[in-house]
Design a binder for this molecule. Structure first.
Ligand code: UDP
Length: 240
């Protein structure tokens, strides 16, 4: 079920529901774009109607982070909960019977991500990998590589909005069904970025952990309180 949080229609789903909707799309040969906006991306969408449209066109819009969940509570119609993109990505790999392609990250990251996932889930099927640093002229080759791999699921990990734009532009040329924009997830699978320890997750402080590990993110993260302020203004004034 969709729940509107200002400009974005989020899916109010559990993790299991999100995974089974994605799997169901492949079963029924339906093209499915999955996006995972956190507060930073949702705030960008508030300022850019085209980006909001791009997100709202996705089949699955997963609330990635406590900021989005908090915004839904402020607006009085809470989503079921957070469905973090990186956890969705891992759960789908663990459960799906279909081959997955990893596209994105710095050279070597997708290979490491594949090796780590194969070690953790021996029966998973990672059909191919490719780094995310390319030129416009390389795109036909990338599309061909994904098609030749036989993947039915593509993790597009180029950061927002590059990944969403890539998916929208090329999903019909690729013979896969699920296209998920998953930001830095391959870095987490590869171990080049660490997932927050349980303590931080339990208290909704993953953003603080990321900030401690990468203080340079402070500017990007300062939009988190701005997003919440925007939500409160929306609630009070009925407009942005
Ligand atoms: N990236 C890429 N190609 C690019 C720009 C970025 O593959 O042209 C990758 C980058 O290496 C990183 C991911 O995209 O793995 C973006 O990570 P970030 O932490 O910014 O994403 P977030 O999860 O915060 O959206």
């Amino acid at each position: 079920m969709k729940k509107q949080i200002m400009s974005i229609n989020f899916d109010s789903v559990t993790m299991d529901e999100a995974v089974s909707i994605a799997e169901g799309c492949i079963d029924s040969s339906e093209k499915c774009m999955v996006v995972t906006p956190n507060a930073e991306i949702a705030y960008a969408a508030e300022k850019d109607a085209n980006f909001a449209d791009l997100i709202n066109n996705a089949k699955l819009v997963l609330p990635d982070g406590v900021g989005v969940v908090l915004a839904s509570k402020i607006l009085g119609d809470p989503v079921k909960g957070k469905v973090a993109g990186v956890e969705f990505a891992e759960n789908l790999i663990k459960t799906t019977k279909y081959p997955v392609f990893f596209f994105g990250g710095k050279p070597g990251v997708a290979e490491m991500a594949r090796d780590n996932m194969k070690a953790k889930y021996p029966s998973c099927n990672i059909a191919g990998v490719r780094d995310g640093y390319f030129k416009e002229k390389d795109i036909p080759d990338i599309i061909n590589e994904i098609n030749v791999s036989g993947a039915k699921i593509v993790y597009v990990c180029l950061g927002a909005p590059k990944q969403e734009l890539f998916i929208k532009a090329h999903m019909n040329e690729i013979n896969a069904y699920v296209f998920a924009g998953l930001g830095g997830s391959l870095d987490v699978f590869a171990g080049t970025a660490k997932r927050a320890p349980d303590f931080f997750v339990k208290f909704g402080l993953e953003w603080l952990y990321r900030l401690i590990k990468q203080p340079s993110r402070i500017k990007r993260m300062s939009v988190l309180p701005l997003y919440i302020i925007e939500t409160i203004k929306f609630k009070l004034g009925g407009k942005k």
